[in-house]
Design a protein around this ligand. Structure first.
Ligand code: AGP
Length: 614
């Protein structure tokens, strides 16, 4: 997710671009840049820097630019690590066209090699630079930017939004939308375009939301929109925005955490579209031949991480033992790093981390490397320290996660680790092709199931209202939902400050059952599974002691619903995929209880988004 802004009008464009980027920085912050046509010096001016927007602002202090058209970008890296070369805007090889981009061009590699055969030189590793050079190749023939974009986007696969201009026509911005958001701001003698309304609010509340396949031509006085869907010029209705900036950054949600919970179906959809190819094979673009060769010799796996990422590692570990049939050890990084682990070159150590900067996990990585193990980072932040130091990396593509309590990044870790296990099983031939195809068919339905659960989640609000004043909660699960119990308990602890404990349900009789009385809520994660009947027995033991049963189960399980004080149903899915759904009601329950207790949900006390100290 990146931040895009474009301006054309009577004002000097640089301050407008910077102010817009300041409001878009929450969408990505590893590098930033602007491009404009300098009225005095003439020509295209391009200034971009690695790091947060402040670094760019400092650099701009050295320039006096008089410009009335320009584009700006704040980046969340997906292709190519954070650097000045990879920062946007990108310019085509002729130096005439500047472009900013939000999204992913999936077939960039093939287009890049075709352009390189035509002697086009590339300065970055980004898919964006491929996009602007494809447009440039058509522009050189027609000298009409609108026509060049119209031809190029037909060849590009993926989801993206572009804003661009040519120095040959310094009065016109072109904007194109496919799946990723773009909104036009209407001014007097000026017009704007941005990723979302946040950047427009200082100047206008009159906006036009572009729709997929809209190609807009924007001047200071006029907006014309062409639809590639209907192949005709169309009219889009302007609307008035009533949000303030904070609301706009959360796209109308009260908290980033809730917004990110609702982004989970899109995150899953994006991961599956990148990782499962048209021929049904699983594909990790960042694993090179050398690492894959090493992967084939692995005899043992370790999943090492902290907090929520540790819970994802527990699910990943179950999948690695169940599918590629490799022994898999899972540990928290802080224990692993001091445990003098027994490792050699036949070991694969997987470091799971949203931020890629967690101190304990970084130390664990270095310990594993020192012992000769193959190290694989499963990371959300592109170019982060752990991503760069591991032997190989798989990015989880969850986009920036602003809420301290991890939700969509956890979902992305689960999906990525499950796909990795299935991929390894395919390579080791421990799964039949027909079985894998069936499993991936079910996997592809998960975004829709996830969206359905979120659509119905408000039904769980009543449960939060009944119990938000309680100070002790117990979470129980079995198999791949024992980690879900741990994750649900962590979510509640870290944002509501209530005490919550996740336990393997089979451990009830070995202690926790002493907690059960009429005051004790017990969240039981009991989807259809091999151990479903055992979960039912545990729930009966809780009922027999007047415990309060809050159950997450599979649709249609009337027996379970009857024995629960509160019941939330999820669609029927293969057991190994169920953690992708069972966690959602637990995220929501924690969120609601925290809000009812007036907590600072996005920045809970004592916590940080990335724990870069021991
Ligand atoms: C999750 O909600 C917590 N904020 C925390 O446990 C987090 O998962 C942990 O600190 C690990 O962070 P990382 O994934 O960035 O390494």
């Amino acid at each position: 997710m990146c931040g895009i802004i474009g301006y054309v009008g009577y004002q000097n464009t640089v301050p407008v671009l910077i102010k817009g980027l300041e409001r878009l920085e929450y969408r990505g912050y590893d590098s930033a840049g602007i491009a404009c046509v300098d009225q005095k010096k003439g020509g295209l001016c391009l200034i971009k820097e690695k790091g947060k927007l402040g670094v760019l602002k400092e650099k701009l202090g050295d320039f006096t630019i008089e410009a009335h058209i320009g584009i700006g970008h704040t980046r969340w890296a997906t292709h190519g690590e954070p650097s000045r070369a990879n920062a946007h805007p990108h310019v085509d090889a002729t130096g005439k066209i500047a472009l900013v981009h939000n999204g992913i061009i999936e077939n960039y590699a093939a287009i890049k090699s075709a352009l390189q055969k035509k002697k086009v030189r590339f300065l970055s590793q980004t898919d964006t630079e491929v996009g602007v050079n494809l447009i440039g190749s058509y522009y050189r023939k027609s000298h009409k930017l609108f026509d060049a974009v119209k031809r190029a986007v037909v060849e590009l696969h993926g989801f993206f939004a572009f804003v661009l201009f040519s120095k040959d026509d310094p009065d016109t911005l072109i904007a194109y939308k496919r799946s990723n958001p773009l909104v036009i701001g209407l001014g007097r003698g000026e017009n704007f375009v941005a990723s979302d309304v946040t950047a427009l609010l200082p100047y206008t509340r009159q906006v036009i939301y572009l729709e997929d396949e809209d190609l807009a031509v924007i001047t200071a006085k006029e907006i014309s929109i062409y639809s590639l869907k209907t192949r005709s010029w169309i009219k889009r209705q302007a609307t008035t925005v009533h949000w303030d900036v904070a609301q706009a950054q959360k796209q109308g949600f009260p908290h980033f955490m809730l917004k990110e919970m609702y982004e989970q179906p899109e995150v899953l959809k994006s991961i599956l579209s990148k990782r499962i190819q048209k021929n049904g094979e699983i594909f990790f673009d960042t694993l090179d031949r050398k690492f894959l060769k090493r992967l084939r010799k692995i005899k043992r796996v370790s999943m090492i991480s902290c907090g929520t990422a540790y819970h994802a590692g527990l699910v990943g570990s179950i999948a690695v033992e169940q599918y590629p049939r490799l022994p898999c050890n899972t540990q928290v990084s802080s224990e692993f790093r001091y445990g003098n682990p027994i490792l050699d070159s036949k070991d694969l150590v997987v470091l799971i981390t949203q931020s890629g900067e967690t101190a304990d996990t970084l130390a664990a990585l270095r310990e594993a490397k020192a012992k000769g193990a193959a190290t694989l980072a499963v990371v959300n932040v592109v170019g982060s320290t752990i991503a760069r130091e591991a032997d190989a990396v798989i990015y989880t593509y969850a986009g920036p996660e602003i809420g301290v309590a991890s939700t969509k990044a956890y979902m992305a870790q689960l999906a990525t680790l499950l796909l990795l296990a299935f991929y390894m099983a395919r390579g080791r031939k421990t799964i039949q092709a027909v079985e894998l195809r069936a499993l991936l068919r079910e996997f592809k339905k998960m975004p829709e199931h996830c969206a359905k659960v979120l659509k119905e989640i408000k039904r769980f609000e009543r449960c939060a209202q009944k119990h938000y004043t309680r100070r002790n909660f117990l979470y129980l699960g079995r198999g791949c939902n024992y980690p879900t119990a741990l994750e649900g308990a962590l979510k509640l602890k870290e944002i509501s400050y209530a005490h919550a404990h996740g336990y393997a349900a089979g451990e009830m009789k070995h202690g926790p059952i002493a907690l059960i009385d009429h005051e004790q809520p017990v969240i039981c994660i009991a989807p259809d599974s091999l151990t479903y009947d055992k979960m039912i027995s545990n729930i009966q033991e809780i009922r027999a002691r007047d415990g309060i049963v809050i159950a997450i189960g599979t649709e249609g399980r009337k027996d379970l619903e009857k024995m629960s004080d509160d019941f939330f149903a999820i669609p029927k899915v293969p057991e190994i995929l169920s953690p992708l759904l069972t966690v959602i009601p637990l995220q929501f329950l924690a969120y609601k209880i925290a809000v009812l207790n007036g907590r600072d949900v996005d920045q809970p006390r004592n916590l940080a988004k990335s724990v870069t100290v021991e």
